[in-house]
Write a new protein. Structure first.
Length: 196
């Protein structure tokens, strides 16, 4: 399979995003962008995701100006509360208890900067995840199985986490996993990257 002569760089250290982009491209580079991910005062969850995706792409574009750069960020929100990666079993329990019976919106932003385009392409995908009413035993049993401590929202949708939900509303199922591939594929094709 031939792709563009331009190299593609994923501005992310996420193993999940790397795995997603590998569905489209056999060969790309990953760089870890040094970006302060703190939320600005008054910044909404979608604005935070959009800003961070663009900053990640711009940071890596400065290192690889000849490449197509893909930056992405995801901000899940329960109301105005941002759900971070829990890191520990105890915090994952607390997060799933708060999400039980609630709707969480996952704002997944992506920005693509190419060497031939002055204006970055930007997109935000919104996925609504509606959690079932979860018992403490279900939460504990799930966490023992998937151990999703590096996942914002404390679940892995590609694994048993799907059993936690009543429904998922999305225009792109890969957006929930961290990189909306439908939009990314379209923008890569516009930049001359052959995917099929």
């Amino acid at each position: 399979m031939m792709t563009s002569s331009l190299p593609v760089v994923l501005a992310s250290s996420s193993v999940y995003r790397r795995g997603l982009l590998a569905r489209l491209l056999p060969d790309f580079e990953c760089l870890t962008p040094a970006v302060d991910e703190q939320r600005l005062a008054g910044e909404s969850p979608p604005d935070l995701a959009t800003r961070l995706a663009l900053e990640k792409a711009q940071t890596c574009a400065a290192q690889r100006p000849e490449a197509i750069i893909i930056g992405s960020d995801q901000v899940p929100a329960l109301g105005d509360e941002i759900l971070h990666k829990p890191g520990t079993h105890e915090r994952a329990i607390q997060q799933l208890q708060r999400c039980s019976g609630q709707a969480v919106i996952f704002h997944t932003a992506v920005a693509i900067i190419g060497p031939d385009s002055a204006t970055p392409g930007r997109h935000i995908d919104e996925t609504i995840v509606r959690f079932r009413n979860l018992t403490d035993d279900e939460i504990e049993g799930y966490l023992q199985l998937d151990q999703p401590y590096d996942c914002a929202g404390s679940f892995k949708v590609e694994s048993r986490g799907v059993a936690l939900f009543d429904s998922i509303e999305s225009s792109d199922p890969t957006g929930l996993q961290g990189l909306p591939l439908i939009w990314v594929a379209a923008r890569l094709r516009e930049r001359g990257v052959t995917l099929l």
